[in-house]
Ligand binder design. Structure first.
Ligand code: FMN
Length: 326
């Protein structure tokens, strides 16, 4: 059952519906939102191990921010996703997190990011072809942080390749990785196409550690089917949860119906307030431009309303534009 707890190393995860890492999105307030709606574990956006090692200010003060409410809202753990290909730098970044960031329970490592800027340094999906380094990086993250380490990876770099599947086994056996988050699409297709759930099912069968499934979990029906098909320990919501935190509740049997207009507006208001709290009115307003379409879509609003909100000079003006239209 999706509502059953499971073990991630020494941690008990209270249920099997978790939030995926989402770059530029998975701030403390998006994680908190997911947890408010029931998520059993919430992962941060990816953070550069080099940026932590060299104490990049924005990285330290913004990306590494964990809000105290993330702890009190539920007993769901918080996972911080790091990326990087240098074991020493990874160890140093993980040690910084252990010493200076309260509220991180798990370190997740990104070995699936297809973005050229990341891959050309040898990080992200490049590690799918460099298993020795990948194992060293995972060991270093565990040594530095003293926390359970998970790795999120893809099936391979190109369609048909299964390097990720092979690497997952080495990571568990040789680096003691506590769980694998598996996105069974190749890096080359980015987020398009049908995930290879049969390959995920094989990994679940063979891996002596839990597998969290990622990919194509865009609504409750598809997510339930993929969960059953693969036998994964947990399912990881990504794009399906954007502007739709109620998907966590639906999958956990906490509600069947779709959110009302009032609920959607309340949730968007909550997000607007949190974005401003985190980044201030100006940068918060810019952050929110990506989020408006998710909620306006749910409200049945069209592209014109989305664009008007995105073009608003202030968050207040975006709010007025919204209320004038709904
Ligand atoms: C905007 C966006 C940002 C993402 N950022 C990350 C990231 O930082 N780290 C990561 O491992 N995966 C990242 N992913 C991949 C997702 O976690 C997930 O594996 C992928 O979207 C497939 O799931 P879906 O088809 O249910 O959306 C990102 C995906 C999207 C769409």
């Amino acid at each position: 059952m999706l509502t059953d707890s499971w073990q991630l190393g020494p941690l008990t995860v209270p249920n099997r519906v978790v939030l995926a890492p989402l770059a530029g999105i998975g701030t403390w307030f998006v994680r908190l939102q997911a947890k408010r709606h029931g998520a059993g574990l919430a992962t941060s956006e990816m953070v550069s191990s080099f940026a932590i090692h060299y104490r990049n200010e924005k990285t330290i003060t913004e990306l590494l921010r964990v809000h105290p409410d993330e702890r009190t809202v539920s007993d769901a753990p918080t996972s911080l996703q790091l990326f990087g290909q240098d074991p020493e730098i990874m160890k140093s970044a993980a040690a910084y997190v252990r010493e200076h960031v309260e509220g991180v329970d798990v370190i997740d490592l990104n070995m699936g990011c297809p973005v050229p800027k990341v891959c050309k340094t040898g990080a992200g999906a490049a590690l799918l072809k460099d298993h020795d380094t990948a194992v060293k990086v995972a060991r270093a993250a565990a040594e530095g942080s003293g926390l359970p380490v998970t790795v999120k990876l893809r099936s391979g770099q190109r369609p048909g390749e299964t390097d990720g599947y092979e690497l997952a086994k080495r990571l568990v056996e040789e680096a003691g990785v506590a769980a694998i988050a598996f996105h069974p699409r190749s890096a080359q297709v980015h987020h398009k196409g049908t995930p290879d759930y049969a390959l995920a099912a094989r990994l679940v069968e063979e891996l002596p550690a839990p597998v969290m499934l990622s990919g194509g979990l865009h609504d409750a029906e598809r997510a339930r089917r993929a969960y059953e098909l693969t036998g994964a320990a947990a399912i990881m919501l990504a794009r399906g949860s954007l502007g739709n935190p109620w998907l966590f509740q639906q999958l956990l049997g906490l509600r069947d119906d779709e959110p009302t207009t009032a609920e959607i507006l309340r949730e968007l208001e909550w997000l607007m307030d949190r974005a401003v709290e985190h980044l201030g009115p100006e940068r918060g307003g810019r952050w929110l431009r990506k989020a408006y379409p998710w909620y306006v879509d749910r409200l049945g609003g069209g592209k014109a309303l989305q664009a008007a909100m995105q073009q608003a000079a202030t968050v207040e003006q975006a709010r007025e534009t919204l209320y004038a239209a709904v």
